[in-house]
Design a protein around this ligand. Structure first.
Ligand SMILES: Cc1cc2nc3c(=O)[nH]c(=O)nc-3n(C[C@H](O)[C@H](O)[C@H](O)COP(=O)(O)OP(=O)(O)OC[C@H]3O[C@@H](n4cnc5c(N)ncnc54)[C@H](O)[C@@H]3O)c2cc1C
Length: 296
């Protein structure tokens, strides 16, 4: 794949920062030697103008949140990656309206401050709300999808509003309309006692800090199948400690791949490790595990 022409992009991308990046530096796992153009519009109007032009020019747009569920590629990206951190970072707790680029932890802290809450189990997930919705991120029985009332953004370069129903969500699955770039979401919050809610947030952050593997990762590799937790199946299949290049199946949790250093890791090593884990579980348990990650 080839990168789009940078001079054209300079003309098409309005009011914002355009820069060339590498997947391994832009994602939490640190995988992928390929490059991509990232555009960070300064506001929603610039995003709107740019999306309209990119759509007319036939360029694919990939909205990226914090890159905590994305595995980069070793090839260059032929579209444009959108980073909405500057354009979509507003919160209005009274209405539950929040920008897509707001990190969940910031949203829940501000909500608790205003005596609103009910989603404390999600506080340790390192995503932005747009990415969380796209993945229907969840933890310990809570999922973001069940609390989302409406979603605003752009689709094929035009403004678009989506009102999801419960059927649009399943475990780690969201049937987001195609080509939808989310700019904001309205989230249903419960009235709570702010002090107790803040304590629940702290408790959950502490639980995560002491129970999840440290270092570069992208969270769980596989979804849990109905039969048993993926981590258990992988551990029984002898996956802990398996290694390809600088990537290793965590010794602490068999459903996590961690990068052992700060150097780039290749997508081909990541894919090989992933396939070996999947192969071992299929051979031992007869279960084909499904990826939780977005592979570029
Ligand atoms: C340490 C660690 C712990 C984790 N724990 C959990 C956990 O407990 N539960 C869980 O569910 N996940 C977990 N994850 C995975 C990940 O954090 C979540 O899936 C999170 O929701 C991804 O958010 P993000 O902003 O990083 O999205 P990204 O990884 O950047 O993107 C994920 C997907 O969302 C899409 N997307 C992002 N922003 C937008 C937008 N504005 N409009 C349209 N689409 C968009 C992207 O195109 C991509 O397809 C963990 C990851 C790590 C590294």
């Amino acid at each position: 794949m080839t990168l789009p022409n940078g001079e054209n992009l300079e003309r098409w991308c309005h009011n914002g920062r355009l820069r060339l990046r590498h997947w391994w530096k832009a994602t939490s796992l640190g995988v992928g030697l390929g490059a991509f153009w990232e555009f960070a519009p300064q506001d929603c109007e610039s995003l709107k103008q740019t999306l309209h032009i990119l759509h007319e020019e036939g360029l694919r747009c990939f909205p990226m949140g914090n890159g905590t569920n994305v595995v980069g590629s070793d090839e260059d990206f032929s579209g444009v990656v959108l980073q909405l951190r500057d354009a979509c970072d507003q919160i209005d707790i009274a209405t539950g309206e929040t920008g897509a680029a707001v990190p969940i932890a910031r949203f829940l802290r501000e909500a608790a401050h205003a005596n609103r809450g009910g989603l404390s189990r999600l506080v340790g997930i390192p995503g932005q709300l747009g990415g969380m919705l796209a993945m229907n991120a969840g933890a310990l029985g809570q999922e973001i999808g069940s609390r989302v009332l409406s979603v605003q953004g752009f689709r094929n370069g035009e403004p678009f509003e989506w009102h999801p129903t419960p059927d649009d969500f399943a475990y780690r699955t969201c049937h987001l309309p195609d080509n939808f770039v989310i700019t904001s979401l309205r989230i249903q919050l419960d009235p709570v006692d702010g002090t107790s809610e803040a304590a629940l947030l702290q408790e959950e952050l502490h639980r995560r800090a002491t129970s999840t593997p440290r270092g570069h990762s992208a969270g769980s590799v596989f979804r849990n199948p109905p039969e048993a937790p993926a981590g258990k199946l992988l551990e029984l299949a002898g996956c802990k400690g398996l290694q390809r290049g600088n990537l290793q199946v965590s010794q602490q949790h068999a459903n996590w791949i961690v990068k052992l250093d700060d150097a780039p890791a290749t997508a081909s090593d990541c894919r090989a490790l992933f396939l070996e884990m999947q192969r071992r579980v299929l051979a031992l348990h007869g279960i084909e595990l499904q990826s939780e990650w977005r592979w570029m």
